[in-house]
Design a protein around this ligand. Sequence first.
Ligand code: BES
Ligand code: MN
Ligand code: MN
Length: 463
Amino acid sequence: MEATQAYIAENKERFLNELLDLLKIPSISADPAYSGDVHKTAEFIADQLKKIGAENVEICQTAGYPIVYGDKIIDPSIPTVLVYGHYDVQPADPIDLWTNPAFEPIVKNTEIHPDGAIFARGACDDKGQMYMHVKAFEAMMKTNELPCNVKFMIEGEEEVGSENLGIFVKNNHERLSADVILVSDTGMIANDVPSITTGLRGLSYVEVEVTGPNRDLHSGLYGGCVANPINILAKMVASLHDENNHITIPGFYDKVVELSDEERAEMAKAPFSKEAYCKALDMEDVYGESGYSTLERGSIRPTLDVNGIWGGYIGEGAKTVIASKAYAKISMRLVPDQDPEEITKLFMDHFMSIAPTGTKVKVTPHHGGEPAVTPIDSDGYRAASMAYEKTFGKKPIPMRSGGSIPIVAMFEKELGLKTILMGFGLDSDAIHSPDEHFGLFNYYRGIETIPYFFSYYRELLNS
Ligand code: BES
Ligand code: MN
Ligand code: MN
């Protein structure tokens, strides 16, 4: 891999400039106003893949945004790595809170990234991390050091639930056949504490609507006499956690796999400073389910959170009114072996049952996804671990994450393949938030580490 590493060192500046160009295209999959830009981004990726020597490059149309496919099969008898990533990004909202516009990327130093970080929506999630694979592939191709067959599958709907990717995978088993799936769409503990993600939470997402009276009412004439849907919704939401911050939905925990004391002790070895955590978020203390540490609350335990809540008068000044309706969007992060459909059903039944008479409740499910865990005794994990050790000089720690990539469980079901989550972002990189960024150190270290994964994986599989 020496020529590959030398090639990377020589081309760093261009690798950065190309990513900056990619980040300028606002590929927001959730907002139809950006549809043209999402398509343009797919073309950008496809052109890149063609340029650096991928074959069979195709912009595969779906009922939604396209999936970019490309491959390089050098020898059918050697291992094949399927690289997955996403080129779509979250909306930039609230845009006023960005120091610099979300789609005008700039490089700035921060305390955590003294060598500079790229600030832009998608810098870390996932354009920056996805593009590391494109550049690592380029480096291996240009130096004739590609040790495995490669297939790329880069989608444009991850941030809206990957529904069409699910269909694409079902219909393309042959084209997607591989030995392992490699994804960089997660994080690691710190730049001097490399880690590999071994678990993702699942997701159940619902929207609720509470209706009181059939129209908005004068809060003096009717106040006290009718169910105010906003009061009621607040009460219903509050009742979903008890005094220990356990979720009160009957059956919610039935399928939760409890970790053994040994596994919990192992987890507790990961470095975590409550002080630093609180300081970074400007809070006096953490908050959550009794009996579990912050690391556990954020990874091996399921949660329920309101993501948005609205209703009534929110304009200037005071308007005395009882609204007819109140709404909330609620996410539940799930852990093995909770099933998103079952949990959605449990939520619905429970939420309807606690609505007082005099109100009507509607629950609408949104996209969800299953949790996933990956073993640490596979050749894929071992190759990833060796690759990190090579570039970081330290063995990476296995770590379960709180985020969700629903497609990972689907890959296992449909293709029978395990996914290796080689993430290089940091939790402090503000993904989905204003001022999202990605360290230059992380971008380059990712590009350097990926080729080692390929070479170790080939060695392990062929030995
Ligand atoms: N890349 C993230 C997920 C992630 C981030 C996992 C960091 C682990 C560490 C992904 O793009 C994402 O945002 N997923 C969504 C779910 C999806 C169904 C919208 C999420 O976790 O909210
Ligand atoms: Mn992502
Ligand atoms: Mn995301």
